[in-house]
Design a protein around this ligand. Structure first.
Ligand SMILES: *[C@@H]1O[C@H](CO)[C@@H](O)[C@H](O)[C@H]1NC(C)=O
Ligand SMILES: *[C@@H]1O[C@H](CO)[C@@H](O)[C@H](O)[C@H]1NC(C)=O
Length: 420
């Protein structure tokens, strides 16, 4: 089906990291760094602030949420996919570039700001040994591969990233990120409209731990993705409500590098499903939710059985997602079918619950059908863990507190940027 080839489901979720090499001319590295209006942080103001970004995008039809980040001096704008599933931030690089989408302003042009292998962040960003680091002055290359088999390959640079803080100051610290010159996307005939990834994971190479290391913000971040599209993202803790949040401890497992929680039990229509011990990763870089094979099969069976005698019929003609239903007349929104579907619920220890009403696991497509936004993780090679993607994170403020090592959520109106 033609439609099917065109669907784009992004799963920005880091799988591996390795090295590769394209050399930038050494001559370009001797230029002075750009001037900046950065304000040095003072001890008195330590952690006094947060940075808030307006988010654009939606789960369907776009398949991503993004923010506009200013980089450099004078700053240029880059629209980046927000990804809590990986650490490294990267933008499209002005180098002989494969699979590059041109940013609004210009491709990122590294000028004298490549990070050398001896820079501490170089070893933090690389998992395997720095294969191409023959001398400590060599450029530091990176490669990231995502769960959907997309990847980015490039070189690490550092540059000023002006951030508007909630206390009114503009802070322009030098942060390390990737200049990506070779990108692969899961769907080769469709380039994504974003020009890179804002890696929000807690790894040492990530933006959040770099900012925390500079003493600018607390090591806390969160997002609020609206079901109507848009929302906001914050780095720092100023916008975290003082009460009403359900907190689950971050797991200390091999998934530690990701924002994961568990074990959780799956309930459907408030009844146990028999599925327990789920580890779930909160990944804003994934448009949809992925369940491991058993949880997926159970969910699909229960949802299907729940439609017995209801005026909905399975259809394979939609193409937006693998499992869809049509009604007697086209649906405009998930709201129209809400009563035919039971809520899902993930129950963590100590009675901490993540409610997933039908809006958090269904989409209404442009053909007027509804489709299941929970996908089969086994099909994309995810085993033994589950990804909670954008669809299930909508209309909640979701908070990642790396200091107290906990993940929190609370229902919220994400259309309104809170005043702080
Ligand atoms: C705002 O916070 C930043 C970082 O904590 C600090 O450097 C700056 O001086 C603060 N600005 C004001 C106006 O307090
Ligand atoms: C999920 O995907 C795996 C691997 O492709 C497949 O074997 C399994 O049957 C799928 N599960 C369902 C319920 O479709």
């Amino acid at each position: 089906m033609e439609e099917k080839n065109k669907r784009m489901i992004l799963v920005f979720f880091l799988l591996i990291s390795a090295t590769f090499q394209v050399c930038f001319s050494a001559a370009s590295q001797s230029q002075p760094p750009p001037k900046t209006r950065s304000t040095p942080s003072t001890a008195a103001n330590r952690f006094g602030s947060s940075a808030v970004f307006r988010v654009t995008g939606n789960v369907y039809p776009l398949g991503y949420y993004s923010v506009s980040l200013e980089i450099g001096n004078p700053p240029k704008i880059y629209d980046l996919d927000i990804d809590t599933g990986s650490d490294l931030t990267w933008v499209q690089c002005d180098a002989p570039c494969k699979g590059c989408t041109k940013p609004r302003d210009a491709l990122y042009n590294p000028r004298g700001n490549l990070l050398p292998c001896k820079h501490p962040l170089c070893s933090n960003i690389h998992l395997p040994a720095n294969l191409h680091c023959e001398t400590s002055d060599d450029q530091c290359d990176y490669e990231v591969e995502y769960a959907d088999h997309g990847s980015s390959l490039g070189v690490l640079v550092s540059d000023h990233i002006p951030l508007r803080l909630t206390n009114g100051s503009i802070f322009g610290p030098r942060l390390a990120f990737g200049c990506g010159y070779d990108q692969r996307y899961p769907s080769s005939n469709l380039l994504p409209p974003t020009v890179g990834v804002l890696g929000l994971g807690n790894g040492k190479g990530g933006i959040i731990s770099q900012l925390h290391g500079l003493g600018v913000i607390r090591n806390v971040l969160g997002h609020c993705l609206s079901g109507r599209g848009g929302g906001f993202l914050f780095l720092g803790e100023d916008l975290v409500p003082s009460s009403g949040i359900s907190w689950a401890p971050m797991s200390r497992t091999r998934l530690e590098k990701h924002y994961s929680a568990g074990p959780a039990e799956l309930l459907f229509g408030r009844k146990p499903t028999g599925i327990k011990g789920l580890q779930v990763v909160f990944d804003s870089g994934s448009s949809y939710t992925y369940f491991s094979s058993e949880a997926y099969k159970t969910t699909l069976d229960l949802v299907t059985r729940g439609l017995d005698g209801k005026p909905l019929k399975g259809t394979t003609e939609d193409g937006a997602l693998p499992i869809c239903w049509k009604g007697t007349k086209p649906f405009k929104a998930v709201r129209d079918v809400k009563d035919y579907f039971e809520p899902l619920l993930l129950s963590f220890m100590k009675n901490v619950q993540l409610h997933l009403p039908p809006e958090n696991y269904l989409i209404a497509t442009k053909h007027g059908n509804v489709c299941l936004g929970i996908l089969n993780g086994s099909e994309v090679g995810l085993e033994n863990f589950n990804i909670i993607g954008d669809i299930s994170l909508q209309d909640k403020m979701v908070i990642f507190d790396n200091e107290k090592r906990q993940i929190g959520w609370v229902s919220a109106d994400c259309d309104r940027l809170p005043k702080s």
